[in-house]
Design a protein around this ligand. Sequence first.
Ligand SMILES: [Zn+2]
Length: 123
Amino acid sequence: MSVSDDPKQLREELQREYGVSLPGLSCYPGWERLLRQFLDEAKAAGELDGLKVLQIKEKLGELRIYHNGSRYLQHVSRKLADLSTEVCEACGGEGEFRTDGGLYRTLCQSCEDERLREARNRT
Ligand SMILES: [Zn+2]
């Protein structure tokens, strides 16, 4: 599992596709589907024009999207935050919310196994 702090490629792809600026995007590849869901909802609601996405990140194991959208869109992003606790942030599979030494992650079993292996190799 590799988690990029600066997912340049994903950011550029989404910006091109939706024509919206996403300067603060720093989240995990497994949550791409949730991000697209957010942008699709914004598009469907006619809110893409003028939408400012301030930050997209993982916080306490949840996908957080900070934006200046309507109440409806705030509701959408809260719903996606809830959903994200069941989606593996690394691969997009069925994830489980885990805490480990104060670190909150949502990972499927195989990504969790890989993470533990990597952690062992580092020590
Ligand atoms: Zn996974």
